[in-house]
Design a protein around this ligand. Structure first.
Ligand code: NDP
Length: 452
């Protein structure tokens, strides 16, 4: 049977573009890709990349103060949102062009339209055109979800935050996950009076308790008004502001309310139900370790499968898919020991098990130190950092590494290699310290602070 394409990819984000490019460029497969929105997907257009640029922008106010403390004759000025926003979007346009270029240069045919699957080997584009393909790869990502309650339509999400007409004076951020905590720091750093509501007892549920406790404490020190155990009951328009009634009995006005209460897979309205492609509880596409669905010609990667929702993981899944299907080298995706960074202020880098997860699994030793880093302490800041290793008492392997510090994301990439290789505490110890840097503490902690 002959097909129009060897592979049809639906979704032009990190995972889809990588799979399409590698399949076409490295194996000579005939590949097409459909994208209804902008190329680059969540990461490039409305996620990691613009978020990180906003983190950088938001950190300059403190840097100017610190520069003064170091003897520089500089004065803090106002932040110009319009100037930054124009530059930010020009950069995103440039990156989108790069993504389009990657596809074109590798011979991938792209369609700027929505696509749905009509049978195991056929995709239908929004204009009604049908294309056949030997394999179909769904890489449609996810989208933010706002729970339903009176006035919920007044909330924006992380999709809209990059397009604000002007910087608000006051803002409420709801949620306690990655996105809520990162944007609380960003908006606060940009000079917005920022309030954060989180319904649980401590932000960043699932991460190491000591680490998230320190982050919350530092966020409050930095000026974010964090309310734990607090949720929104209802919201209503009040002039050009939003009146928010909360479970803590308060009623307050905010210029902008942003919800960051989780994301849902983009798997609806794609024809999957009719084909018998299984969907999970959150609507995610269920796949096996090779990213294959129950329909053998249909695969799915990235956030639409709701495994580990991170860009580098989607890219890995895309590469493993190409290895498996186009290079005759069945490659399962390894989701173990994924290092990750959370760009809160202070930043967190983490790999492996939290103290709580490890202690529930086996006897452990905990090595931890918290101190004032030299650069900030000299500038008169009281900010603390945390370096923490969780060690198995039986094997001496480092089961988890948690860093809360400026540059923690950079540090954890390196520590992640050692942990992934199965390094023991003694391997860390026999590594000579780099001096004077914060991370040297990772190899100089001699005695456990506790055992469990
Ligand atoms: P998360 O699932 O991480 O967090 C959602 C937050 O919203 C939780 O604090 C949750 O509370 C709370 N919540 C959920 N439902 C409600 C509700 N009905 N009312 C009030 N609060 C609610 O989602 P995010 O949107 O922050 O991030 C999505 C994913 O994106 C992450 O899991 C991550 O994989 C990825 N990401 C990664 C980044 C990075 O690598 N730096 C940056 C940004 C995103 P509770 O804890 O009680 O459930």
């Amino acid at each position: 049977m002959s097909f129009d394409y060897d592979l049809f990819v639906i979704g032009g984000g990190s995972g889809g573009v990588r799979a399409a490019r590698v399949a076409a460029g490295e194996t000579g497969a005939k590949v097409a890709l459909a994208e209804e929105d902008r190329y680059g997907g969540t990461c490039v257009i409305r996620g990691c990349v613009p978020k990180k640029l906003m983190v950088f922008a938001s950190e300059y106010a403190d840097m100017v103060e610190d520069a003064q403390a170091y003897g520089w004759d500089v004065k803090p000025g106002a932040f110009d949102w319009d100037a930054f926003k124009a530059k930010l979007h020009a950069e995103l346009d440039r990156l989108e062009g790069v993504y389009r270029g990657i596809l074109k240069n590798n011979g991938v045919e792209s369609f700027d339209q929505r696509a749905r699957v009509v049978d195991p080997h056929t995709v239908e584009l929004a204009d009604g055109t049908r294309k056949s393909a030997k394999h179909i790869l769904i890489a449609t990502g996810g989208r933010p979800v706002v729970p339903e309650f009176p006035g919920s339509e007044l909330a924006i999400t992380s999709n809209e935050i990059f397009h604000l007409e002007k910087l608000p004076e006051t803002m409420l951020i709801v949620g306690g996950g990655y996105i809520a905590c990162e944007f609380a720091g960003i908006m606060n750093g940009m000079g917005v009076k920022t309030t954060q509501f989180y319904r649980g007892a401590q932000i960043l549920r699932g991460f190491d308790e000591e680490a998230r406790g320190l982050i919350c404490e530092e966020m409050c020190q930095n000026g974010v008004d964090v309310h734990l155990g607090t949720n929104v009951i209802e919201m209503a328009k009040d002039g050009d502001k939003i009146r928010v009634k909360a479970t803590n009995g308060t009623e307050r006005l905010f210029d902008v309310v942003m919800y960051a209460t989780g994301r849902a897979p983009n798997a609806g309205d794609m024809g999957l139900e009719d084909l018998g492609v299984e969907r999970g509880r959150k609507g995610e596409i269920v796949v096996d370790e090779y990213s294959q669905t129950g329909v053998p010609s249909i695969y799915a990667i990235g956030d639409v499968t709701d495994r580990v929702n991170l860009t580098p993981v989607a890219i890995r899944e895309g590469m493993a898919f190409v290895e498996t299907v186009f290079k005759a080298n069945p490659t399962p995706v390894d989701h173990e020991l994924i290092p990750t960074a959370i760009f809160t202020q202070p930043e967190m880098g983490t790999v492996g098990l939290s103290e709580e997860q490890a202690a529930a699994q086996e006897p452990i030793e905990v090595y931890a130190t918290s101190f004032k880093p030299m650069q900030q302490a000299f500038a008169g800041r009281s900010q603390r950092v945390l370096m923490k290793l969780i060690v198995s008492r039986a094997t001496r392997k480092v089961l988890g590494c948690h860093i809360v510090a400026p540059g923690a994301g950079e540090m954890i990439q390196m520590a992640g290699i050692a942990v992934k290789m199965g390094a023991t505490k003694e391997d860390f110890d026999r590594t000579v310290a780099v001096h004077p840097v914060m991370a040297e503490e990772l190899v100089t902690m001699r005695h456990p602070v506790r055992s469990a």
